[in-house]
Design a protein around this ligand. Structure first.
Ligand code: NAD
Length: 352
């Protein structure tokens, strides 16, 4: 087992990279040394802020200077950059969600990584956080009995409300299902999976407006469905309803619920690592917060990178594994295929 720090670099110095850099800076055994971005000025300002070195993208995937690269770029670029990292001979790569936008790319990358002994870890890493670990423990303890059904719902205004460059989140095969679906599907796959898609419907509110940053007010067109409802089930036939929408002002629907013969669990937002898991025993009226299972690391994005670095040191599979991420991308693909005949493009004007 190697004890030297894992030499790490970041590709893509946008919004999400900041939280990763903070998590890695506070961690032991990781040496964040370089960053790269297609936008050189952005890479330089990120490097200055985090006291690291800005390099060209090729250098941030070079095994001579790095062990692990984080790919934190828009979804449609993940597959090509991961292929480039494998071709360069890098030992490990962490990829933001969704793993890829095309399911065939996910399968090809998985096979390529297995042939070359490269480790791939894929976001989300929230399943390693206290909330999903607490729910997992409750299911192992049989607290809800036999699972009868589950629901997952994400309703939001969409990233144009807070992201200065929201267009990639509406590109083909992304939308709320590709962007936020991985959090919900990964949690459900981890807790109840594997899952299968039975049917789906969708709708596209295609007129969108950038809500912040230098391009605020600019109109753009969504290429992906902006509302998707899917019906899935497990190997044992447990029905699961998933709703993902970027067409809602807000919602009070629980993010995730699991109903069993002996009770119900309500989970917090799977886009966060912590939060309370509530339990209602069958026939009772008082919800009880479950004691949280302690986390194996910080409650922030990057927890999975620390696990991947550990996997690299100890030569085992990362917990946020590529096979699971490939399954999720195939589920998303199957949901999109199931919705195809029902797709409607709405002429409703963009939100104000
Ligand atoms: N923004 C968030 O809060 C958030 C949260 C969780 C996950 N994510 C995921 O993180 C990824 C990045 O999202 P973001 O919000 O940080 O995006 P962003 O637009 O803020 O930043 C992406 C950066 O990648 C750079 N880039 C694009 N193509 C590149 C390439 N081929 N090579 C090098 N650099 C390239 C861009 O110039 C940009 O600086 C996405 O997969 C997204 O789903 C984002």
């Amino acid at each position: 087992m190697s004890t030297s720090p894992v030499r790490t670099g970041i590709v893509g110095c946008g919004m999400v990279a900041v939280e990763y850099a903070q998590t890695l800076a506070a961690a032991n055994g990781i040496e964040l040394g370089v960053c790269a971005d297609l936008d050189g000025a952005r890479a330089q300002s990120f490097a200055d802020r985090h006291r690291i070195t800005a390099v060209p993208v090729d250098h941030a995937l070079d095994p001579a200077t790095l062990d692990l690269a984080l790919i934190l770029t828009p979804p449609s670029t993940h597959a090509a950059l991961a292929r480039q990292a494998i071709a360069a001979g890098l030992r490990a790569v962490w990829i933001e969600k969704p793993f890829t936008t095309d399911p065939e790319d996910a399968t090809a990358l998985l096979q390529l990584a297995q042939r070359t002994n490269m480790l791939i870890g894929v976001a989300p890493d929230t399943m390693l956080g206290t909330a999903i670990q607490t729910a997992s423990e409750a299911l192992k303890q049989n607290l809800v009995g036999d699972v009868l059904s589950a629901t997952a719902s994400l309703f939001s205004t969409g990233p144009e409300g807070w992201h200065p460059s929201p267009e990639p989140f509406y590109s083909e095969h992304v939308g709320p299902l590709g962007d936020m679906g991985p959090y919900y599907l990964t949690a459900l796959d981890y807790l109840l999976g594997p899952l299968h898609v039975r049917s789906a419907i969708c709708r596209t509110r295609s007129d969108r407006r950038v809500g912040s940053g230098p391009h605020a007010g600019r109109l753009f067109t969504a290429q992906a469905p902006t509302y998707v409802t899917a019906l899935l089930d497990t190997d044992t036939g447990t029905p699961i309803t998933l709703i993902t929408s970027f067409d809602a002002a807000g919602s009070r629907a629980p993010h995730l619920e699991i109903h069993g013969t002996d009770g119900t669990l309500v989970l917090p937002d799977p886009n966060a690592h912590d939060g309370q898991v509530l339990y209602l025993p069958y026939g009772q009226r008082t919800w009880t917060p479950l004691s949280p299972v302690p986390s194996s690391g910080p409650s922030s994005r990057g927890l999975g990178v620390l696990d991947l670095a550990d996997a690299l040191r100890k030569a085992h599979e990362p917990q946020c594994s590529a096979p699971r991420a490939e399954r999720i991308v195939h589920l998303i693909g199957a949901i999109i295929r199931a919705t195809a005949p029902s797709t409607t493009r709405s002429r409703i004007p963009a939100a104000p």
